[in-house]
Design a protein around this ligand. Structure first.
Ligand SMILES: [Zn+2]
Length: 396
């Protein structure tokens, strides 16, 4: 039985659902157009072509739109806004236009459809997601809902290489926004991303003293032995209840079997789920450098935690409740997951903005040639995001 409260929702939903269905073929045409533009992170011309495609379409629905060229590398990034008032943006739509696939990939395997799935470079990571944003905004415009919302769109061109040129811009845009939706792929089964670990790496460099291993061992300071002790200490960082991990993944040291090595180094991959762990871990490595095990050996540390975690605090959980309940009304299963991988959602979350990721098209196998997007999810995701926007516009 449909409750009374649900009745208006169902009515608006069915009108919108019908309209989105009529746009399905247009989505597919757009999909083919933008997947068939090579836009690897180093292909600035290709990224700009993708940006121009969106620039035209956003301008058509009245958004103030511009293409920025950020950093020394002049990375093309697209910014669009619709701001009826000076208040913070209700929603920031975030995505990236670059892919991991080299120029020439489109020629080898252009956009194609098989078994209700779309294939092609960046099809789910994340050209499908960019189109969800466009089609949501066009739908909201058509339905007369856009004017009740203040929204901004940020599409960068360097996410796959760490967003070095666009990170500050993304964070400052997030600071002006009440919430951020990131359009990385939704996981199969309609699973969204509320938490991502942050992290970074540390390099531990040990300087010892070279000596003949047989004739003069007392004159040597064994850098490998020193490093081995430190690695054991570092490994203890994994024993905690906050899911921080510190994995020593590369070690180097020594040269000849009969020489006590004067240098050794290790690389440590660190992942954190809570931002306060950044200080604890960085202090740990600083302290480690001051307390060598062998007299006379020297330890230096390089690196640090440079990617903050995407945390799911109370405000994010509240936003999730809205997204989840909206999706359930449409009939989607709606689950969320936590992952060790990063996205630009890590930066918007660190800027203090509630962030939900995985709002793009449903798909899998990112960064692989068998990457796919589920065509059946197109209308569902456009409807879901548009309905969430409508609810936000009504409730503020
Ligand atoms: Zn991506």
């Amino acid at each position: 039985m449909v409750s009374q409260a649900e009745t208006p929702f169902k009515k608006i939903e069915s009108i919108m659902k019908h309209y989105i269905k009529t746009r399905h073929e247009k989505f597919i045409t757009d999909f083919e157009t933008i997947v068939n533009i090579d836009s690897s992170s180093d292909n600035k011309d290709g990224i700009e072509r993708v940006a121009r495609f969106f620039e035209n379409r956003f301008k058509n629905i009245g958004l103030d739109t511009k293409i920025l060229f950020l950093g020394e590398e002049k990375v093309p990034c697209l910014y669009a806004e619709h701001r009826p008032s000076k208040k913070p943006f209700d929603i920031m739509f975030l995505g990236h236009m670059d892919t991991v696939f080299p120029t020439g990939e489109v020629e080898k395997r252009p956009f194609s459809i098989k078994d209700n799935k779309a294939f092609g470079p960046g099809v789910c990571d994340m050209k499908g997601g960019l189109l969800v944003v466009l089609h949501v905004l066009e739908t909201l415009k058509h339905e007369g809902i856009l004017d009740s919302l203040s929204v901004c769109v940020a599409f960068n061109g360097d996410e796959e290489t760490g967003s070095n040129a666009s990170k500050e811009w993304i964070m400052s845009t997030a600071e002006k926004s009440r919430r951020t939706f990131v359009f990385e792929p939704c996981r199969p089964g309609y699973r969204f991303v509320l938490q991502r670990k942050g992290g970074g790496w540390f390099q531990v460099i040990v300087k010892g003293q070279e000596a003949h291993a047989g004739a003069d061992p007392e004159k040597g300071i064994n850098a490998v032995v020193e490093l081995a002790h430190q690695i054991v200490k570092i490994n203890q960082l994994n024993q905690n209840k906050v899911e921080t991990t510190a994995q020593t993944t590369v070690i180097k040291g020594g040269d000849k079997v009969n020489i006590i090595p004067n240098r050794a180094e290790a690389w440590v991959d660190v992942r954190i789920l809570k931002l306060e762990e950044k200080e604890r871990i960085e202090t740990f490595f600083k302290t480690l450098a001051k307390h060598p095990y062998l007299k006379g050996s020297e330890i230096t540390i390089q690196g640090g935690i440079n990617r903050p975690p995407m945390e799911s605090g109370d405000a994010t959980r509240k936003l999730w409740e809205l997204v989840q309940s909206t999706g359930k009304k449409i009939g989607l299963p709606m689950e969320w997951i936590s992952t060790g991988g990063c996205s630009d959602g890590n930066y918007t979350s660190a800027a203090g903005t509630p962030t939900i990721d995985g709002m793009g098209i449903v798909g899998a196998n990112s960064h692989r040639t068998d990457e796919y997007a589920e065509l059946g999810s197109i209308d569902n995701m456009v409807l879901l995001v548009a309905q969430v926007c409508r609810a936000i516009g009504e409730k503020g």
